[in-house]
Design a protein around this ligand. Structure first.
Ligand code: GAF
Length: 385
């Protein structure tokens, strides 16, 4: 059993006593290999699900009450919440603690009809605020729990969309679809090329034992609920409008150059990042399919530079981590991953240099990094008994 599953079962027994929990589900965090800040522009992304997971265990209760405990390190207090199941006259609303909003949002948007009460414990190995989608994994684990509780199956795309809606309405973050989508759809041994306009998915094998994915957490806290993310989103919408397009996915570099005068300097740079990043992502997917890791790595570094200079969502710690990583021969490329302003970098490298690269970063980086050498893993599901 995974560490968070053991943790959740132990705390369930301590808190609620009695029988083993009837339901035990999980949903993974993710790392995005390339395609950053493209999802809400209808573009392409290339994430993979991680073996870092959020687990929810629990059992129904028959008095219409819901009691949830989290064991997550860094979650705001209190770590236990109790409330009535929602009804039409008494919907759930966001409040404090913040961690519970992700769960409440999913419960509220789960379905129109009544739901049973339940006791549940949440545990996670996804670092909170690390840019590895701790929020989406909590939403998707909560939704998977609700499906088990209500014995519903349901469509996978609808599941991802409902979790995204929960984040918009209960956490106030106007996120794209990438994080919830990969947490639902992730596939072992594969990264997924997701077209965020059509929601079509192409699984790309990522199983070469000579190739590794190293995640380095800067441990600088990333806060997506700040104003920066919504501001970027608005600037992209403004740029698309000035170019006469529905989204930036519909615009080319030629369109951008031809209508440069219609855009503010900032919106021009934001659009230049998005349009070039969408192009880099499709090229990178092709490179991965052809085993051209050199090209993939080069595109990763270009992506990082564009996020740093044009999109302005990097920070000195992430820039430093990327520069240090690419010094090691055998490292193909490195970049910040996720929303930015802290969190993690992702590095593609030869397996044989993974330990050396970690050591090199440890020695040269000014902060206290944490490392994960990781493999593409499965999307959300039920845990074995
Ligand atoms: C965050 C968001 F939640 C995603 O939707 C995506 O926009 C990402 O930042 C940036 O690529 O993780």
């Amino acid at each position: 059993m995974s560490a968070p599953a053991e943790d959740a079962r132990r705390v369930f027994a301590e808190t609620f006593g009695g029988d083993e929990p009837h339901i035990a589900v999980f949903a993974p965090g993710r790392v995005n290999l390339i395609g950053e800040h493209t999802d809400y522009n209808g573009g392409f992304v290339l994430p993979m699900a991680l073996p870092l997971i959020t687990v929810t265990v629990g059992s129904p209760r028959d008095d219409g009450k819901i009691c949830i405990v989290t064991t997550a390190q860094g979650a705001d207090e209190p770590h236990k919440v109790e409330f009535e199941t929602p009804s039409v006259d008494r919907p759930l609303t966001p409040g404090t603690p913040k961690w519970a909003n992700y769960v409440k949002g999913v419960i509220q948007h789960y379905r129109a009809g009544p739901i049973p009460g339940f006791n549940a414990v949440i545990a996670t190995s996804v670092p909170l605020g690390g840019g590895l989608s701790s929020s989406a994994s909590l939403e998707v684990a909560s939704y998977t729990f609700m499906q088990q509780l209500c014995q519903d199956d349901g469509d996978l795309v609808q599941k991802a969309l409902a979790c995204q809606k929960a984040e918009h309405t209960f956490a106030g973050v106007p996120c794209g679809i990438m994080d919830q989508f990969i947490s639902v759809m992730g596939r072992e041994g594969h990264a997924l090329l997701i077209d965020c306009r059509s929601l079509e998915v192409k699984p790309l094998p990522l199983k070469d034992p000579k190739l590794s994915v190293l995640i380095t957490n800067s441990n600088v806290r990333h806060e997506l609920t700040g104003s920066e993310y919504p501001t970027r989103r608005k600037q992209c919408e403004e740029a698309a409008k000035a170019l006469g397009k529905l989204t930036l996915r519909d615009a080319s570099m030629e369109d951008l150059e031809a209508k440069k005068e219609n855009l503010s300097e900032v919106c021009y740079r934001r659009a230049r990042h998005v349009i070039s990043e969408i192009e880099r992502t499709t090229k990178a997917a092709e490179a991965l399919e052809n085993g051209n890791y050199q090209l993939f790595g080069k595109l990763m570094v270009e992506s990082h530079n564009s996020l740093r200079d044009d999109y302005e969502v990097s920070c000195p710690e992430l820039d430093e981590l990327v520069s240090i990583a690419v010094e090691i021969p055998g490292v193909y490329g490195s970049r910040m991953t996720g929303g930015g302003f802290g969190g993690c970098t992702v590095t593609l490298l030869e397996t044989s240099v993974a330990e050396r690269t970690k050591q090199h970063i440890q020695e040269k980086f000014r902060g206290s990094p944490t490392f994960y050498i990781t493999k593409p893993s499965a999307g959300s599901g039920v845990l074995p008994k």
